[in-house]
Design a protein around this ligand. Structure first.
Ligand code: MN
Length: 254
């Protein structure tokens, strides 16, 4: 049966890494601001800037796991994680140690009586043919398992190369490839949802898919860089919030 909540919080694309402590700090403040009236938190991918396997636990990953576990038990909060293109190697083991439930690339929930589909969003960027080809290879469980069996040093080297390649690609054409309307309409029809929420493109916005001010809607979360973003769904509707990373102020459930 589909899990049902009366409210939920959503974040994505934090790109947590040791190199950006302010962002990790903002994330810890975000967790601290959550109260027991929140029922669920969805982390929709690219939570970490890179991930080379659950067996390589950085200090940052350990702090994140214990902060999530503390927040989940203190507030009886259900936390869900869905992998992005950066952290696709996050597995069951890390999710368990963080009190998170690992989701597949698309999942459906009922939130405040609306059917909500969650995804990272990269699968809807169908104009990026090269990336979609790469994604099919790297996300294949056989390939992923083979990668995770490599020595730790080799995995770190591969992750560094992938990060560099993506940085170079961005420098050559400094814009993120957006989703295609075709892929979105197909997904919303297939999932039969009122709301599709995703990240990945870093283009925070609320879109109406067929007609203005009507469901189905597509809500895009923004990345956490100089500003950060979160969405809050309740019987009051769906709201996208923006805050400063260096001086974060959250007003959850308000
Ligand atoms: Mn992404």
């Amino acid at each position: 049966m589909r899990a049902s909540y009366s409210n939920a919080l959503f974040i994505s694309d934090l790109h947590l890494s040791e190199e950006r402590p302010a962002c990790s700090q903002a994330f810890f403040s975000f967790l601290e601001s959550i109260t027991p009236s929140s029922e669920a938190l969805f982390i929709l991918g690219d939570f970490f800037d890179y991930w080379v396997g659950d067996d390589i636990q950085t200090d940052l990953a350990k702090s994140v796991a214990s902060a999530l576990t503390f927040c989940a038990s203190k507030n009886s909060l259900d936390i869900y994680f869905l992998a992005g293109n950066r952290d696709f190697a996050v597995g069951q083991k890390f999710c368990q140690s963080s009190s998170m439930t690992l989701l597949k690339e698309e999942a459906l929930f009922t939130i405040a009586d609306k059917t909500v589909a969650v995804s990272h969003g990269d699968i809807y960027c169908t104009d990026d043919v090269g990336y979609q080809r790469y994604r099919r290879v790297i996300r294949n469980p056989i390939v992923l398992n083979a990668l995770l069996l490599l020595p730790k040093k080799a995995r770190i080297r591969i992750a560094q190369k992938l990060r560099l390649a993506s940085k170079e690609k961005f420098n050559r054409s400094p814009s993120y490839i957006d989703v295609t309307q075709d892929a979105i309409v197909r997904a919303v029809t297939k999932l039969d949802c009122d709301i599709l929420i995703h990240g990945h493109t870093h283009m925070a916005d609320i879109h109406f898919i067929h007609e203005p001010d009507a469901y189905p809607k597509r809500i895009v979360l923004g990345d956490w860089h100089k500003v950060g973003w979160y969405a809050e769904f309740s019987d009051q509707g769906q709201h996208l919030h923006r805050f400063s990373i260096d001086n974060p102020v959250f007003s959850l459930n308000g």
